[in-house]
Design a protein. Structure first.
Length: 50
């Protein structure tokens, strides 16, 4: 159940949130909101793969 939820969240993230790797964002120069989005996507992806 938990894994299915995170897989759904990962698909929604891919559709709704920007991809910073495609934009070539330098994480050392990212704003706090960009870092929060990056961290959220990383958290969801990690849990979807477990």
């Amino acid at each position: 159940m938990k894994k299915k939820f995170f897989k759904l969240l990962a698909k929604l993230n891919k559709i709704l949130l920007p991809s910073f790797t495609k934009q070539g964002l330098d994480l050392s120069k990212a704003s706090k909101i960009q870092m929060a989005i990056f961290g959220w996507k990383l958290y969801v992806t990690k849990n979807a793969l477990d």
